[in-house]
Design a binder for this molecule. Structure first.
Ligand code: NAD
Length: 359
């Protein structure tokens, strides 16, 4: 039976960038005879409009059957005021949790052609190749109890719970150590162990796993505030960074911005068996939706990650990454990565250029 992909284009620029990525997927599927087939579903604001909920059962069932999910982006101002429990972002949290996609891989790679796009000096960022491994289904985003309660004096109080068990810490640390073995063999674990007990356990557990199972990997630890500073001061010191859900959310966006454009960065969220959801790091960019100006490369590079991690088609993944390098060499740029002397193109044209570069 062929391998199945569920495509969820989502909201805002989602349908535009996904259309470009789908053309790349069609081409690579033929070229490498991958035997992939795919179908489409609704998640996010578009699902709220059609079904009243951000993750309809029919979408969740299709996602459970699929081998991989390719997601555009969800959300937008249209759904910002609706009841919190059915907002688009809840669909995202629910699908990650239902599919047990606990490991979020976010590479921050600076293409040499785009070194000027970074707000940091080129010598500090040129050649940056960092992987952030973020725990995605635990921690404070899911911990109970949570809510907003009224105190005896009538004042309201918001509260959340940050919680990690040893097994949750071990499985995400294992992903980070395994990834480091394929790269520079260094892992930096980020915590706030001086203040938060939950991250004191995090630090102890990661250290014990390294000592027992990964003596070949160099492990270091940073408090999250220092990690945030080091990322802008000397980002190239890092190989793999591993951290919990909340810190990872913030640090991975910071790392993304080091590269100058969030429109270039893919991500993967994996379960224990290699099934994954692949999506660009950016959101639905409602400010530029429907104008054919969004950068589709992060979504196209997410297709490459999908081929690499779920379908084990390394050569096809590399071919897509090389094709992206080729269009950048040709001087083609969407508005977000535009610089003097380059040729500005729209979403469709950028997608077509990658298809053409595949040969
Ligand atoms: P955003 O990433 O959508 O946009 C931030 C800025 O980057 C905007 O100026 C946007 O125009 C620009 N940008 C983003 N992607 C781009 C691309 N591919 N090409 C060119 N420019 C691009 O973040 P935001 O504005 O904070 O959020 C907008 C909506 O997206 C919100 O509803 C938010 O909840 C949602 N969101 C969804 C996801 C997701 O689906 N995984 C992630 C983050 C935010």
């Amino acid at each position: 039976m062929s391998q199945q992909i569920l495509i969820l284009a989502g909201d805002g620029i989602g349908p535009e960038i996904m259309a470009a990525a789908e053309r790349v997927l069609e081409k690579i599927n033929q070229q490498f005879n991958l035997g992939l087939s795919w179908s489409h579903g609704l998640m996010g604001g578009c699902a709220i409009d059609a079904h009243g909920v951000p993750l309809p059962d029919v979408t969740l069932e299709a996602a459970q059957k699929a081998d991989a999910i390719l997601l555009g982006a969800v959300g937008g101002p249209k759904w910002d005021q609706i009841e919190r429990s059915i907002r688009p972002e809840r669909g995202l949290l629910k699908i990650r949790s239902a599919l047990n996609l606990f490991a979020n891989l976010r590479p921050a790679i600076l293409y040499p052609q785009l070194a000027d796009a970074s707000s940091l000096k080129p010598e500090i960022v040129a050649g940056l190749d960092l992987l952030i491994v973020r725990e995605l289904t635990g921690g404070i985003y899911f911990g109970q109890p949570r809510g907003i309660r009224e105190l005896e004096n009538g004042e309201k109080q918001g509260f959340n719970t940050d919680v990690y068990s040893e097994s949750e810490i071990r499985r995400i640390a294992r992903v980070a150590f395994d990834m480091a073995r394929l790269r520079g063999s260094r892992v930096c674990s980020v915590d706030k162990a001086n203040v938060l007990e939950v991250t004191e356990l995090w630090k102890q557990t990661v250290t014990a796993l390294q000592q027992s199972d990964y003596p070949d990997i160099e492990l270091s630890h940073l408090y999250v505030d220092n990690a945030a500073m080091q990322l802008v001061k000397a980002p190239k010191q890092f190989d793999v960074m591993v951290t919990g859900n909340l810190f990872g959310d913030i640090l991975s966006d910071e790392a993304a911005m080091l590269t100058g454009s969030i429109g270039m960065l893919p991500s993967a969220s994996l379960d224990e068996h290699g099934k994954g959801m692949y999506e660009p790091c950016h959101g639905s960019a409602p400010d530029i939706a429907g104008q054919n100006i969004a950068n589709p490369l992060a979504t196209i590079l997410s297709v490459a990650m999908m081929l690499r991690y779920t379908f084990k088609a390394e050569a096809a993944a590399k071919a897509i990454e090389a094709a992206v390098g080729k269009v950048l060499d040709q001087g083609l740029r969407t508005g977000d990565i535009m610089s003097a002397g380059m040729t500005r193109v729209g979403t469709d044209a950028m997608g077509d250029a990658v298809v053409a570069a595949l040969g």
